[in-house]
Write a protein that binds this ligand. Structure first.
Ligand SMILES: O=C(O)CCC(=O)C(=O)O
Ligand SMILES: [Fe+2]
Length: 366
């Protein structure tokens, strides 16, 4: 190379390098930190977050922590717009279902696949970082860094008169994994983010049973619910009033602003808190929230009657397979998103409120 060509080559090279550093500040950091990382795998990293030792201690003891202002500004505005749009565009099947069983006015799953604002929260906010740190995934085991994957998301809107869901931990429909980690720190995390302000006095938010991820009667409560199959997930109160009363004793409610989040252990009992004054709450807006379920990549899949049909079909998933085998269907979120997974167009699962399914349900009900 001649002198001039050589110097313009280096000018171009350093320009290109500074552009890369400018637009993906974590790229080199991640590549340097993880042995398994190949920089072409790296797509983007979630926001950083410094958790204190006492937050981690609190999470282990109580089974949850509250993070104020997790989502703010434009991200919050766009998420609210997306969630309102989801509610407005509900299918006829879903509207009929709601008339028959008014559980939640707004209810939708895997919304990150079709709404950029919700995808941004699931992958780019600090939610994956905080979850990974609370689960202890940032300390390596046998020299290997563990990673975090998104199992499922849900959009829920609770309005006065809705039945919501009583004390429960998420069943296989919401959490298609084998139950192997009761009481463990890395059992998985449900990040419940309110998009509406919530007051503990008024109700309409999420109640949590403090410490229930570890108490012995929780095991019995899980068994009682599981005995009757998937349709009783929300009905502990009628199945076993005593166990329900035990859960009530652990109940905690919180005042929250839109964008605040509850990070709770996968096995912490939680329930909707209906409005204390239903009549006067009727003219209030629907309390919208999103819920993100994150699991360790090594957790194992559970095939619940083929419900995750598309993932099973595309990735050959069987009960016992590690979640990471699901690739783009259960995408990696931390320490970084994978380019290959981001570029796959994941086929959506069938709408659970498909008109035909709902009509069949009505017929069976009669
Ligand atoms: O928001 C609610 O009322 C219930 C949420 C819930 O059960 C969940 O996120 O798993
Ligand atoms: Fe739940």
């Amino acid at each position: 190379m001649g002198n001039r060509t050589e110097s313009s080559f280096f000018v171009l090279l350093s320009l290109a390098l500074s552009l890369v550093v400018l637009y993906s500040p974590n790229a080199f950091l991640v590549a340097a930190n993880s042995e398994q990382t190949c920089s072409s795998d790296y797509s983007s990293a979630p926001a950083e977050f410094n958790l204190t030792a006492s937050q981690i201690e609190e999470y282990e003891r109580d089974g949850f922590i509250i993070v104020k202002g997790l989502i703010q500004g434009e991200d919050l505005t766009k998420a609210i717009q997306a969630v309102n749009k989801i509610q407005k565009r509900q299918s006829i099947g879903q509207r009929i279902f709601y008339k028959l069983m008014p559980t939640y006015k707004n209810l939708s799953f895997q919304t990150w696949r079709s709404h950029k604002a919700l995808e941004h929260i699931a992958f780019d906010s600090a939610a994956p970082t905080i979850s990974a740190k609370l689960m202890g995934l940032d300390s390596s085991v046998d020299g290997e860094t563990r990673s975090l994957r998104l199992l499922k998301d849900a959009v829920l809107g609770y309005t006065a008169g809705d039945k919501g869901c009583g004390w429960h931990v998420d069943d296989k429909m919401f959490w298609p994994c084998e139950d192997r980690k009761f009481g463990d720190r890395d059992a998985g995390i449900n990040v419940w983010i309110t998009l509406s302000p919530i007051s503990a006095k008024e109700g309409g938010g999420l109640a949590v049973a403090k410490g229930s991820h570890k108490v012995s009667f929780a095991e019995k409560a899980r068994e009682v619910i599981a005995e009757k199959g998937g349709l009783t997930t929300c009905h502990l109160k009628s199945l076993d009033p005593q166990l329900n009363a035990n859960m009530e004793e652990l109940k905690e409610l919180h005042d929250l602003e839109a964008g605040d989040a509850i990070f709770h252990n996968r096995y912490l009992f939680h329930r909707v808190q209906s409005f204390f004054d239903e009549e006067n709450s009727r003219n209030k807006k629907t309390k919208q929230r999103i819920s993100l379920r994150y699991v360790s990549a090594g957790d194992t899949f559970y095939d619940d009657m083929g419900r995750e049909g598309k993932a099973i079909e595309a990735r050959g998933l069987k009960t016992g397979d590690v979640i990471s085998k699901g690739e783009a269907w259960f995408p990696q979120t931390w320490p970084y998103r994978l380019t290959a997974e981001k570029n796959v167009r994941v086929k959506a699962e069938k709408n659970p409120f498909d008109l035909l399914k709902v009509l069949k349900l009505i017929k069976n009900f009669k």
